[in-house]
Design a protein around this ligand. Structure first.
Ligand code: LFR
Length: 494
């Protein structure tokens, strides 16, 4: 029996999941769950990297106590954010949160120096203000002294791996999300870095997922005999990359939505697709395990999470199940909005911002909390349909099934709306997709899986899914038409 621990950190919570592999089936159990609360100080938003490390360490200790000898550990987190180390290996500051306002306007500044087309051609990565490239442009402008002192830049999972092992390395899947990797050779793009004035010395060797990183060096953990021979492994350290490894797809042409704080809508392709069409549609080509994820970021359940916070602050019901029941009973299609409106990216009173958007676009504001929540879910579903059509145009093929994986697969209303609006069957699950993908890469690194076919079979055998068939597809078709019209008028007026 192989016993592993997957550390999977999301933007709102983290977990350590234990995995046991008996040669034919992967059994998973949640060992430790903790909240991940960013901290804002003087208007700057940070991730509490030390707290996250302490929580993760607690989870590893609990895993050792629950499972016995731990053969391997792997860490995955969200993408794009980084910590800077000085020459002595000290973390210079807590990593900034990608939703911090510091990147506002940075995309325009960078694309004045390097034109959009050449940036996309070089990297294959979509333009989003959160990308590391734009965060570094902000750092150069607002905090150049820190960059001068820095010797290494490590993305979140690489930073936590460093705390755990003392090793300084970058993992490929997450590195692609920086928009600083060359799509052809898969290495840091020195020309790009020089053009932007970002010091090349910050960037370290890139390791591939499914390889070993080293042993635990943390003295507190080494007190436990169960952890003395543990291999720390490079999994696909970008949580979305891990989740996509665990998509139980039988068909060649399929789409997935990795649904959590974000909804990542896309498919896998053998090589990056970098052409005028993907550039114009702002699709991305993120590195995966032996493939690329052609996808688009959609605002996702962030809108619901922030709405819950606002309701809670007002003393109104805010737990997710109550909100979903309220939404289900509320009138359908009461307003349309663009879920990707830039105002919705930053934390704050999202319901108020949506009401403001309704007013600006000549629509009545949602009448109740239930109607607001329902409207958010409906408009996310419309955006899914829109993205599906773009994806099918790029692929030149019809997508037969949509897989929804990750925590959002538990949102039955959203899964059903997705089936309705796309008029396709939706297969929801696994819920802990990132942790599963993480564990699978650990098994790969340990040599337990003989080839990708065996990996696929294990995914299919280990996943629990729930099927949704479209209901009222014609009503949704009609509403989608109205949504498109509304979006077109908004675009014209901008
Ligand atoms: C999802 C995710 C997305 C990435 C966003 C920010 O958790 O990793 O893939 O675009 O977070 O890092």
């Amino acid at each position: 029996m192989i016993r592993s621990a997957a550390v999977d950190l999301g933007a709102s919570s983290g977990r350590v999941i234990g995995g046991s592999f008996d040669g034919s089936k992967l059994h998973m159990e949640e060992i430790h769950r903790f909240s991940n609360q960013p901290i804002t100080v003087l208007g700057r938003m940070y991730w509490n990297a030390y707290r996250l490390y302490a929580d993760m360490r607690e989870g590893i200790i609990k895993s050792a106590k629950a499972l016995g000898r731990i053969d391997s550990i792997g860490i995955d987190t969200w993408a794009v954010d980084y910590g800077l180390l000085d020459v002595y290996g000290m973390l210079l500051n807590l990593p900034r949160h990608y939703r911090d306002m510091r990147t506002d306007g940075m995309m325009d500044k960078v694309t004045e120096r390097i034109d959009r087309k050449s940036l996309f051609d070089r990297t294959g990565i979509q333009f989003m203000s959160i990308n590391t490239i734009f965060q570094l442009a902000a750092e150069l402008e607002q905090n150049p002294a820190v960059l001068e002192r820095a010797a290494h830049l490590l993305l979140m999972p690489d930073l936590l791996n460093y705390f755990l092992t003392g090793q300084i390395q970058s993992e490929f899947t997450n590195a692609t999300t920086t928009q600083l990797l060359n799509a052809v050779d898969g290495d840091w793009d020195q020309t790009l870095l020089k053009q932007l004035g970002i010091p090349c010395r910050l960037f370290t060797r890139i390791a591939m997922p499914g390889t070993k990183l080293g042993a635990i060096a943390d003295a507190e953990l080494l007190q436990y005999p169960e952890l003395r021979f543990t291999h720390v492994v490079h999994v696909a350290s970008h949580d979305t990359a891990s989740a996509v490894i665990a998509v139980p797809a039988k068909e060649q042409v399929h789409a997935y939505i990795s649904s959590g704080t974000w909804s990542l809508f896309g498919t896998t392709v053998p090589e990056p697709i970098i052409n005028e069409q993907t550039e114009a549609m702002n699709f991305t080509n993120e590195g995966g395990f032996n493939n690329y994820r052609l996808l688009k970021n959609i605002m996702g359940l962030w809108l619901i999470q922030q709405t819950q916070d606002s309701f809670e602050a007002q003393g109104a019901p805010s737990d997710i199940l109550t909100l979903m029941q309220m939404a289900e009973k509320s009138p359908a299609f009461s307003f349309y909005f663009d879920t990707e409106d830039a105002r919705l990216l930053h934390p704050g009173d999202i319901p108020a911002r949506i009401r403001e958007i309704c007013e600006e676009t000549g629509q009545a504001q949602p009448v109740s909390h239930g109607a607001l929540v329902r409207g958010i879910l409906e408009n996310l579903a419309f955006k899914y349909r829109y993205t599906l059509e773009q994806l099918e145009r790029i692929l030149g093929n019809r997508v037969e099934t949509i897989h929804i994986v990750g925590g959002g697969a538990q949102n039955e209303l959203l899964c059903q709306f997705t089936a309705n609006v796309t008029n396709r069957p939706v297969l929801a699950g696994p819920i802990e997709a990132s942790a599963m993908g993480n564990l699978l890469m650990q098994l790969w690194a340990l040599g337990e899986l003989k080839g990708t076919a065996q990996l696929r079979e294990l995914v299919l055998r280990s996943c629990v899914t729930k099927a949704y068939e479209p209901i009222d597809a014609d009503v949704w078709e009609d509403q989608y038409g109205q949504y498109l019209q509304k979006m077109a008028t908004i675009q014209q007026s901008n």
